[in-house]
Design a protein around this ligand. Structure first.
Ligand SMILES: [Zn+2]
Length: 316
């Protein structure tokens, strides 16, 4: 154990050269906390299969912001993005350096950033091949997928273990999301686009919903792939500065601000956050290509998004 920790001391912890899964995320959160004592964490809930879902906290300031990733299984690269960002922030803090032009210690004193890097650990372990072949769990996934033969398995899987799309679980006109997705044929558990039997029936969605309600969150970022696009609207809600912040995000990332297509306009986390609090909430669609995006894109995705991640913390 000592040797292991010593080796880690001289190296970075979060390895961006291998697909990211639940166990790696848990090991990394532990190692980061051992190395960086100022990093705090809590468990916000459990997945259907009983995996605990951690939130990491950076900072001790009064302004609270919340970032999450990995709510869609085949978008696991977003979990890696957020974990690498946590590590890079910690390094900058330790060395009293700036990150994207902002002093890390100053940010630390002014804000409390909560990061939930992996909202959907069960689904991510399916897509990354971390389920025992021949297990009942894998059989269950296969059974759900067999009803949707046009969706590649497991690469097309976005949902949780129950076949519910976690980003269609939030109480922001959920009925309309249901109507749309049912009309598209997603009327039962599916690899993606099934809204479930009601809002917040799934423990992963409920966990991040409750966590958001329990903290006075001023801004949220929801990380997805792909498209290099920033979504900032819900219906005609217009939180103060929401568009100006989106413009800044676009400027630092090179991503494009777009209007959400009507069919994807309801029951997402950011939709609910904007509706509930009338505060800025964003969906960032990182990278380009077909999900799951290859690790060869990681460096570019990180470079494009570091400015957004820092600017979200630095706002007054
Ligand atoms: Zn997504």
């Amino acid at each position: 154990m000592d040797m292991f920790l010593n080796r880690q001391n001289s190296e970075e912890i979060v390895n961006t050269n291998e697909p990211y899964n639940y166990n790696r995320m848990r090991i990394d959160t532990h190692l980061l906390q051992l190395k960086y004592r100022f990093l705090q964490s809590s468990i916000i809930g459990n997945s259907v299969l009983g995996k605990s879902i951690p939130a990491m906290r950076i900072g001790r300031g009064a302004r609270h912001v919340l970032y999450h990733g990995g709510i869609h299984a085949n978008e696991w690269i977003t979990s890696l993005l957020l974990m690498k960002f946590i590590e890079n922030f910690c390094i900058a803090y330790e060395q009293n350096r700036t990150l994207y032009g902002y002093n890390a210690r100053e940010l630390f004193n002014n804000i409390s950033l909560y990061i939930v890097p992996m909202v959907n650990p069960d689904g991510i372990d399916l897509v990354t091949g971390n389920i025992l072949p021949g297990s009942e769990i894998l059989d269950n996934y296969r059974y759900i997928a067999s009803n949707f033969p046009n969706i590649p398995f497991p690469n097309g899987w976005k949902a949780n273990f129950n076949g519910v799309d976690l980003n269609l679980q939030f109480p922001a006109n959920w009925e309309e999301a249901r109507r749309i997705k049912f009309s598209q044929g997603y009327t039962k558990p599916a690899p993606r686009d099934y809204v479930g039997e009601g809002p917040l029936t799934e423990p992963e969605a409920l966990a991040i919903y409750n966590f958001t309600l329990e903290h006075d969150i001023k801004l949220t970022l929801s990380y997805h792939t792909q498209g290099k696009v920033i979504f900032w609207q819900y219906l005609d809600y217009n939180p103060t500065n929401a568009y100006e912040i989106a413009q800044k995000f676009a400027q630092v990332s090179g991503y494009t601000i777009e209007e959400v297509p009507y069919d994807s306009s309801f029951a997402g986390y950011k939709d609910w956050f904007i509706m509930q609090f009338n505060k800025p909430g964003y969906t960032i669609e990182a990278g380009t290509g077909e999900n799951p995006l290859p690790l060869s894109q990681f460096e570019e995705i990180y470079k494009d998004n570091e400015g957004i991640l820092i600017y979200g913390m630095a706002l007054k």
